[in-house]
Design a protein around this ligand. Structure first.
Ligand code: MN
Length: 235
């Protein structure tokens, strides 16, 4: 069950684009469902995303365990991916990051991340926030270390595109690898803009109807963003 070479190359590009766009640093990861099996997904071995090559991509089952690691270390938080793929048949790609502007919204007791500009329309008017204390108690290290906490995160995500993770980061999903990357980039952009707008005073957010319209309009532009971002990491 060898993954398609083009899909592998696209996943390598996704890793490098997310690093180049400041969504991931030494930490964070992106996966894609296997082209031949809905019960498997592709994810790099334990390493910084910006350095990933095709040889670093491993195949995982929906139990979160690799089938071809050959002794190589894997990400602790791979259960984020496995549990979302298990519960969401529509999801083809998952991005997990600690992108810096998003984290404040995961810990604020009052401010909520929501769409503040058209490129962030997919965020809608409310983004769920995963509280790991509810599933795993008051003394975790906040990481998704097993299927149980991964499943609880997947349930918080529900049918949505983005879930915050309190004191940790966020997880973004999409029906394609490119759209998941696009959403991860613009989740960070929207958070940055929202933080700045909030400093100016009361914010005029997108309505639910504007979010729907903006999401439909922007969706067709993903290829343009991808080409631009890919050129930057290929240079
Ligand atoms: Mn993490």
């Amino acid at each position: 069950m060898r993954p398609d070479a083009e899909l592998l190359a696209e996943l390598v590009d996704a890793n490098r684009i997310l690093a180049s766009q400041g969504v991931v640093d030494a930490f964070g990861h992106v996966s894609v469902r296997h082209n031949e099996s809905a019960e498997h997904f592709l994810l790099a071995r334990n390493m910084a995303p910006g350095s990933v090559t095709a040889d670093d991509i491993l195949t995982f089952g929906l139990d979160g365990e690799p089938i071809d690691a050959d002794g190589r270390a894997v990400y602790l938080e791979r259960f984020i991916h496995s549990e979302i793929y298990r519960l969401r048949p529509d999801v083809v790609s998952v991005v997990h990051s600690h992108s810096m502007s998003v984290v404040p919204f995961s810990v604020s007791q009052s401010a909520k991340l929501r769409a503040v500009c058209h490129m962030g329309g997919f965020l809608g008017v409310e983004v769920p926030n995963y509280e790991i204390r509810d599933a795993c108690g008051p003394a975790t290290d906040l990481l998704i270390r097993d299927g149980r906490s991964g499943e609880a995160l997947a349930r918080t995500l529900g049918g949505g595109a983005v879930a915050l993770m309190r004191g940790h980061g966020s997880t973004v999903v999409g029906p394609t690898l490119r759209l998941a990357v696009f959403r991860a980039v613009y989740t960070e952009v929207n958070a940055r803009v929202q933080l700045q707008a909030m400093q100016l005073g009361t914010v005029n957010y997108l309505t639910a109807e504007e979010c729907a319209a903006a999401t439909a309009g922007v969706g067709s532009q993903v290829g343009r963003a991808w080409s631009y971002w890919k050129a930057q990491v290929s240079a």
